[in-house]
Write a protein that binds this ligand. Structure first.
Ligand SMILES: C[S@@+](CC[C@H](N)C(=O)[O-])C[C@H]1O[C@@H](n2cnc3c(N)ncnc32)[C@H](O)[C@@H]1O
Length: 275
């Protein structure tokens, strides 16, 4: 049975208050396909009964968090959009290596890292092209709201389909080994990334000063006020020479005038204006 308007409105309001995710009318199918199987798994005969339980239960038993987890869109791939990674390799990492040569510290954050392809792409790129960083203090922090994707990311095992998407064959051969029907990322690269849970719209822990922040294809789901708040908080932790990477359909224009677009090769990245 299709979801009722009252149930859809309740789920939209829950997704918005818990994760800033906007579910506009027309996204009923998304709620049905994502929460329907979860409802059955949780022992409810119908989606309506499950939503009824969500509506009446207190939010401390983890049921709401599971629903939010299921509502997230986790689509990702290795070296997504290609050009940002090319600009990283050709311009940005060499520039940062020069700027940070005295401290020999490089700190990168992949916010909303999903199943790990983004931070692992960064880690492999550093391994492959910047051996001089081997004796630097390199930290790649990867965060996401969803415990399900964080768990998968930490394991670092990918299907044939996943490694066929964006990963150069030479990287597959060099950094992965075949284990049954999965490709397992080498421990060496896996250990370069630290995964942590973090909801971008809740209060943030103290973040270390960042050279690079990747927050790609997540704010696209958020309302304008949440995007503004997040961009302001990112500015506060980005080092003066640092860069912000957004998804190809995202921009800071009309959201945060202090971020200026910079074109490096075929990629647009953002720098925060100095106050
Ligand atoms: C489409 S994926 C993007 C993955 C990767 N950044 C990329 O561009 O390929 C979006 C991710 O954002 C996460 N997400 C959604 N809302 C969030 C929130 N409020 N805080 C943190 N992560 C969130 C989802 O769990 C999902 O894994």
């Amino acid at each position: 049975m299709p979801i009722s308007k009252t149930d859809f409105d309740y789920v939209s309001q829950l997704a918005h208050s818990e994760a800033a995710i906007v579910l506009e009318p027309g996204k009923e199918y998304l709620v049905e396909t994502r929460l329907g199987p979860l409802a059955l798994l949780e022992g409810f005969a119908t989606l309506a009964l499950y939503i009824d339980a969500l509506r009446t239960q207190v939010k401390v038993n983890g049921m709401h968090a599971k629903a939010i987890d299921a509502l997230t869109t986790n689509e990702t791939l290795f070296f997504r959009d290609f050009h940002p990674f090319e600009s990283l390799r050709r311009f940005i990492i060499p520039e940062i290596i020069e700027k940070r040569a005295s401290l020999r510290r490089l700190t990168i954050w992949s916010a909303a890292s999903s199943t790990g392809q983004e931070p692992y792409s960064i880690a492999m790129l550093l391994r492959e092209h910047f051996p001089q960083l081997n004796n630097w203090n390199v930290s790649i922090l990867a965060t996401d709201l969803s415990p399900t994707v964080l768990k998968l990311a930490q394991v670092g095992e990918y299907s044939q389909l996943e490694v066929n998407r964006g990963l150069p064959a030479s990287y597959l051969v060099k950094y992965f080994s075949k284990q049954a029907d999965k490709w397992r990322l080498s421990d060496d690269v896996r250990k370069m990334v630290e995964f942590r849970p973090m909801n971008l719209i809740q209060s943030w822990p103290v973040m270390p000063p960042m050279d690079l922040v990747f927050i790609r294809n997540v704010m696209i789901y958020f309302d304008v006020e949440s995007k503004r708040t997040i961009l302001k908080k990112i500015r506060a932790c980005l080092l003066p020479h640092g860069y912000l990477f957004l998804g190809s359909a995202e921009t800071t224009t009309n959201l945060d005038p202090q971020f200026q677009p910079v074109t490096h090769g075929k990629a647009v990245v953002y720098r925060a204006a100095l106050n």
